[in-house]
Design a binder for this molecule. Structure first.
Ligand SMILES: NC(=O)c1ccc[n+]([C@@H]2O[C@H](COP(=O)([O-])OP(=O)(O)OC[C@H]3O[C@@H](n4cnc5c(N)ncnc54)[C@H](O)[C@@H]3O)[C@@H](O)[C@H]2O)c1
Length: 425
């Protein structure tokens, strides 16, 4: 490992543990380009536990801090911070790390509101440091394949896309904070992934009409391990029930800049049959995407060739080729499916994020999901909320600029973010 990027993990909760597993996964390849020097969290037990786990997984124990400023003061060599703190603190943790001179990888959503996201983007611009946002779903090889099929015109000009997720009942999903308007509704927390995929497949959204609902006001504890079992250690502090304040279902009609249209449902209070559908329709056929982190095959349906759901699909995506580190992790340069358990898939995608961050720091290249890309993802989610408040379709520009912000103002006031956008510049 030549000149690895020296980094810290700031935020040692569930996702911090998953990130560490991603780093360990990268360390098992010949592409390891990071060195974990420190972990930092005001919750000391969380930080100490992560340091212990790092010792086991990486062979050395990072130094534990509770305060990022002290960490940077004491660790001269530190170059970068990975910030998987809870969403409501991204605008604090990521902005502070950038202002302390570190390159930053921030978990998605970039922030809890558009204003918060703008604050981080502006801090990155001022500091000249790399800001990469950890959007893992698009890095799934099956999403890379769908994007290549679209780019290579397999279905002709895209006309519309359907992205529908319905399920969740009245369960507490992963953590209580994901159900509160002031700390991060589940429709932002999970929905921002879909906002990213919608725009990854079809390009930037131009405008949207949305309706949002809070269906399940009381949510109950049901299963506490979270994705991949990473949250099991906090199970004892999970309440039996909570009163939710954040909307749990969003319904949107999107117009993309290309003229294509999108129908989007992200419904986390669905009962009965759960639905996961993602399809793109074009002038000559359609693509059925299997969704994220399951490795199931993509199916192409062509007017003149019928359904193609096996390796022949690769003939329609000549540009599809994983970068060497992804090919090493997923075992092929052009996989058309893969068979791995969830935790393994998860850590491989997170390994790719670390690898890219460190490569960009060393080369000066910009990452794939810059602050600007991630801001647009947050804006697409909030376009639905703001449209619901305004009773009309809104443009992404109105939402990104803060011209339309009636829904978010209460959150921004709570976070102390109500100075005009740009005032910090
Ligand atoms: N990409 C994905 O698939 C995925 C999955 C789960 C979570 N996430 C994202 O990861 C982030 C973290 O989620 P989580 O489930 O781990 O939350 P969590 O509540 O389990 O952990 C958050 C941790 O951050 C710490 N923290 C808060 N403010 C801090 C600060 N200023 N400095 C240092 N540490 C601080 C908390 O003490 C806690 O230990 C969220 O933004 C979430 O949306 C992404």
């Amino acid at each position: 490992m030549d000149d690895p990027v020296r980094l810290a993990i700031i935020g040692c909760g569930g996702m911090g543990r998953r990130h560490l597993a991603g780093l360990a996964e990268l360390s098992r390849t010949s592409h390891m380009n990071c060195d974990l020097l420190a972990v930092c969290d005001p919750n000391q037990p969380n930080a100490e536990d992560l340091a212990d786990e790092a010792h086991e997984l990486l062979g050395h124990r990072p130094v534990v801090f509770q305060d990022a400023e002290q960490m940077v003061r004491e660790l001269d060599a530190l170059e970068a911070a990975d910030c998987p703190t809870d969403t409501g603190s991204h605008h604090i943790a990521a902005t502070q790390a950038l202002e302390l001179g570190l390159h930053v990888q921030c978990e998605k959503p970039l922030a809890l509101t558009v204003r918060g996201a703008r604050r981080i983007v502006e801090a990155a611009q001022r500091s000249g440091r790399i800001l990469s946002v950890a959007e893992n779903f698009r890095r799934d090889p099956m999403n890379r394949l769908v994007r290549a099929l679209i780019d290579d015109q397999a279905i002709g000009q895209p006309q519309c896309m359907l992205d529908v997720e319905i399920g969740g009942r009245d369960s507490i999903i992963i953590t209580p904070w994901r159900h509160m308007k002031l700390s991060g509704t589940i429709t932002l927390d999970a929905g921002v992934h879909n906002a990213d995929i919608l725009q990854y497949y079809l390009g930037p959204a131009h405008s949207a009409f949305g309706q949002v609902r809070l269906f399940e006001k009381t949510r109950v504890r049901r299963g506490t391990d979270g994705p991949g079992g990473f949250y099991a250690r906090w199970a004892a502090s999970m309440p039996e029930s909570i009163q939710a304040t954040g909307e749990d279902a969003i319904f949107g009609q999107i117009t993309f800049e290309s003229g294509a249209l999108g129908q989007w449902i992200n419904h986390h209070a669905g009962h009965g049959e759960s639905v996961h559908q993602r399809k793109v329709f074009g002038a000559r056929g359609s693509i059925n995407s299997p969704g994220d982190r399951n490795g199931r095959p993509v199916t192409l349906h062509l007017d003149d060739a019928g359904a193609i759901g096996d390796q022949r699909i690769l003939e329609y995506a000549p540009s599809y080729r994983l970068e060497p580190v992804a090919a090493a992790l997923f075992g092929a340069e052009r996989p058309w499916r893969y068979n791995l358990e969830f935790a393994a898939i998860d850590r491989k995608l997170l390994a790719l994020e670390y690898y890219e961050l460190a490569r960009c720091i060393r080369t000066g290249q910009q990452p794939e999901v810059t602050g600007a890309v991630a801001l647009r993802d947050v804006a697409l989610v909030y376009a639905l909320f703001e449209s619901d408040r305004a009773g009309r379709a809104v443009t992404l520009e109105e939402v990104q600029s803060g011209a339309v912000d009636a829904y978010q103002r209460e959150i921004d006031a709570h976070l102390g973010l109500l100075e005009p956008i740009g005032a910090n510049a």
